[in-house]
Design a protein around this ligand. Structure first.
Ligand SMILES: C[S@@+](CC[C@H](N)C(=O)[O-])C[C@H]1O[C@@H](n2cnc3c(N)ncnc32)[C@H](O)[C@@H]1O
Length: 258
């Protein structure tokens, strides 16, 4: 029998622990075919052999399929609600030592945005954010903390001036903000979830998952949060049967664990 996308998915799972069946099939297959052609392979079998034997091909595959686009203060209106409504709510409910998880954090723009906004309200030594992603390359980038002007375009100027050093070709985030964020590898579709969180920020990743996988992730988020804790999702996302999954919608993008 000819080697097809099903075989490719199984082999990729064995090699990387990334289960492509849990991502929306049409979109994912098309993306992989585009990349495969771009790097010079004509079929899934040869491409898998390439990925298996060439670390560079493997890394480009993981980075490409996981779609790493991010920016600081992405969707500003969401961050305004976070700052004006959610921070006071969380502080009232849980005090000033907040456990926050930025899940699928990509290059770090999102967890550093959280840390900088919180730093307007709390001393830095009270801020600890866990930030995770499946892709080790973006985590390495995030730990370096060096960004282009473009990814910082939307960040309010007071935060840019306070927390970055301008260099010739970009901006270096300062060590005190870096120290507020701990980066770790974590696969939302495979790994154990942490516990005792007050807020989970997970934006612009579950859109790539199948509906079943998405629901499973939401259920696990629900267990990860303390009662009253909040899940913050992307601006194009919605949890349709939130109640069934144990959440109350408090604002368009914020869901409280019941
Ligand atoms: C579009 S970025 C979103 C980054 C950030 N949350 C934002 O909204 O700007 C999607 C991220 O999800 C990560 N990702 C994809 N599948 C994942 C999985 N199964 N577990 C954890 N992270 C995953 C990718 O590596 C990528 O960095």
């Amino acid at each position: 029998m000819a080697y097809d996308y099903e075989n490719f998915k199984k082999d990729i799972y064995k090699l990387t622990n990334i289960n492509l069946s849990l991502y929306k099939e049409r979109q994912m297959k098309r993306r992989i075919e585009t990349l495969m052609t771009r790097v010079g392979f004509k079929n899934f079998e040869d491409y898998f052999q390439g990925i298996k034997t060439d670390e560079k091909l493997l890394r480009s595959f993981v980075s490409y399929l996981t779609i790493n686009v991010s920016e600081f203060y992405r969707n500003p209106n969401q961050w305004e609600v976070f700052e004006k409504e959610m921070i006071p709510y969380l502080q009232n409910k849980f005090g000033s030592r907040l456990n926050i998880w930025s899940a699928a954090c990509s290059t770090g723009d999102e967890p550093y945005t959280i840390a900088m906004i919180l730093a307007r309200h709390l001393p830095l030594n009270k801020i600890h954010i866990q930030a995770t992603d499946i892709d080790e390359d973006v985590l390495r980038f995030a730990k370096e903390g060096f960004y282009s002007a473009r990814s910082l375009e939307r960040l309010p100027k007071d935060l840019l001036n306070k927390h970055f050093e301008k260099q010739d070709d970009g901006y270096q985030i300062k060590d005190d903000i870096k120290a507020c964020v701990e980066f770790k590898k974590h696969n939302l579709l495979e790994d154990r979830y942490p516990t005792g969180m007050h807020m989970i920020v997970c934006r612009n990743v579950v859109i790539y998952f199948t509906d079943e996988a998405k629901d499973k992730v939401y259920r696990q988020f629900n267990q990860t949060l303390n009662p009253g804790g909040v899940l913050f999702i992307g601006s194009t996302e919605q949890i349709i049967h939130a109640k069934e999954l144990g959440f109350n919608a408090t604002d368009s993008f914020f869901y409280e664990k019941m």
